[in-house]
Design a protein around this ligand. Sequence first.
Ligand SMILES: Cc1cc2nc3c(=O)[nH]c(=O)nc-3n(C[C@H](O)[C@H](O)[C@H](O)COP(=O)(O)O)c2cc1C
Length: 208
Amino acid sequence: MQISILLAHPDKNSFNHAIAKTARQVLRRLGYHVIYHDLYAEGFDPVFTKRELSGKGPLALGIKTHCEEISRADGIIVVHPNWWGQPPAVLKGWVDRVLRDGVAYRFNEGDNGEGVPVGLLRAKTAMIFNTSNTPIQREKDVFGDPLEQLWKYCIFHFCGVCHIFRKTYGVIVTSTPAERKRWLEDVGRSIAEQFPPVKSNKKRQPRR
Ligand SMILES: Cc1cc2nc3c(=O)[nH]c(=O)nc-3n(C[C@H](O)[C@H](O)[C@H](O)COP(=O)(O)O)c2cc1C
C-alpha cells in the first residue's frame, strides 16, 4: 500500500516540515510504502508551459514520474502553510502539471470539457494538513476558509478522491513548544485513524 506525501515549505526547520516528517514516520510504522516529495528541496518547477498545455510531445520525465506515482497512490497527504488563503505557488504548480486530464480526471466522450468530470485517481482518502497565523474561526468567518473549498471540491472530489480529512494548526506564530508537540501527536493519531495498519504478507517463521 502506497501513500504519497506532498510538502510545500521552503524551511526545513518549519512546523510544516515537522508535520510531514511525523506523517512519514507514522505511515512507515503502520506498514505503508511512502513516496515523499519535499517540492522546494527538489526544486520542482511549477510553470505549466504552452507546449505542455498543448498536450503535444512527451511529458518531461520528472512530471511523468509524478503522474505515475499519484495514479498508483492508495492515499495522499498534502502539507503546506496558508499563504494568502492559498497553497505556496510550488504546490499550485504541482497541481497544474501533475493532476492533468487523463491522469487525475477525464471527460466523457462527447463532452468537450464543460461537463462533469470523471475522477481517475485510485486514492479514496486525502489528508491535508495546513498551518496558519489567523485564528481558525476568523479564517472561516472573514475569509470563508478558501483552502477547504479548494482541496475538497475544486481538486480532490474533481479527481475522484471522495474522503477528505483536513486540519489546520495555528496560531503558529504564538504557539508554545508544548502546543506544537501536542499538534504533532494529533497528526500521528489522525493519520492512524485514516490509514489502518497494513497487514504484512510475510509468512511467520516456524519456531524451532
Ligand atoms: C507569503 C505568505 C503569506 C501568508 N498568508 C497568510 C494568510 O493568508 N493567512 C494566514 O493565516 N497566515 C498567512 N501567512 C503566515 C503563514 O501561514 C505562517 O507563517 C505559517 O503557517 C507558519 O508555519 P511554519 O512555522 O511551518 O512556517 C503567510 C505567510 C507568508 C510567508
